[in-house]
Design a protein around this ligand. Structure first.
Ligand code: MD3
Ligand code: FE
Length: 219
């Protein structure tokens, strides 16, 4: 006889690692764990061709997060502003191809969250070290806000800030862990969000690093 303990008070979502954040955004806890090594190989392949670098903002700061891109379009920032471009400004060459493991995971996660048929063309890869942070912002450089954004967290945990449609709206704090995937779409697509300064809680596989990549339809 099987004893089926209901450890989560009947909350099927919690039991399956689904944590709703907003009406059309959800954390899929551990969704990436079965394919972690494929994803890390993808990050290595991308950064061998387009290394992580600290970009400047139009406001005159240098980002504490280092970034790179893969896919047809890559997000960049410099003194002139934020934009998507087809080539890496460091090398002048096209961004590396999006690894198949990234695109497949994003399509599966988007469908799971209610966005079937997601066809991404861009992936922004962020690298955090202890102390790195991302201040509250909206992601508004994409052409069409009807497509979701899928984010994958690897390595050290981070405290994610999930705000509202106005910068002044109070932000909820949501911890994100190695292997978590988050899908943001629909009415939640333009909500302000950010990441608190990272604590140094070294991860067994990645050490004192956090990698987050966001898969998008930008063009
Ligand atoms: C909510 N990255 O690259 S991913 C970014 O952890 C970015 O590196 C963070 O914000 C990180 O732009 C957070 C989660 C995320 C990404 C896009 C969103 C949340 C979002 C777009 C709309 C609403
Ligand atoms: Fe963002």
């Amino acid at each position: 006889m099987t004893l089926n303990l209901d450890l989560f008070g009947g909350d099927d979502d919690a039991q399956h690692g689904r944590v709703p954040l907003g009406a059309q955004s959800v954390v899929l806890r551990g969704f990436a764990l079965p394919v972690i090594e494929d994803l890390l190989a993808g990050v290595d392949a991308v950064t061998a061709q387009a290394p992580f670098r600290h970009m400047d903002t139009p406001g005159g700061y240098t980002m504490s997060v280092a970034l790179t891109n893969c896919g047809e379009l890559g997000w960049t920032t410099d003194a002139s502003g934020y934009r998507y471009s087809r080539s890496d400004p460091l090398s002048g060459r096209p961004w590396p191809a999006m690894p198949e493991a990234f695109a497949r995971l994003a399509r599966d996660a988007a469908a799971d969250a209610g966005f079937p048929g997601f066809a991404p063309d861009a992936c922004l890869v962020n690298r955090y070290e202890p102390g790195s942070r991302l201040s509250l912002h909206q992601d508004k450089n994409e052409r069409d806000y009807s497509a979701p954004i899928v984010s994958v967290s690897l390595g050290m945990p981070a405290m994610f800030l999930f705000g509202g449609d106005e910068r002044a709206d109070k932000a909820a704090r949501v911890p994100l862990f190695h292997g978590d995937v988050v899908v943001w779409g629909g009415v939640d697509r333009l909500r302000y969000h950010g990441v608190m300064p990272l604590k140094d809680l070294p991860h067994p596989r990645l050490g004192s690093l956090r990698i987050n990549f966001t898969i998008r339809k930008a063009g």
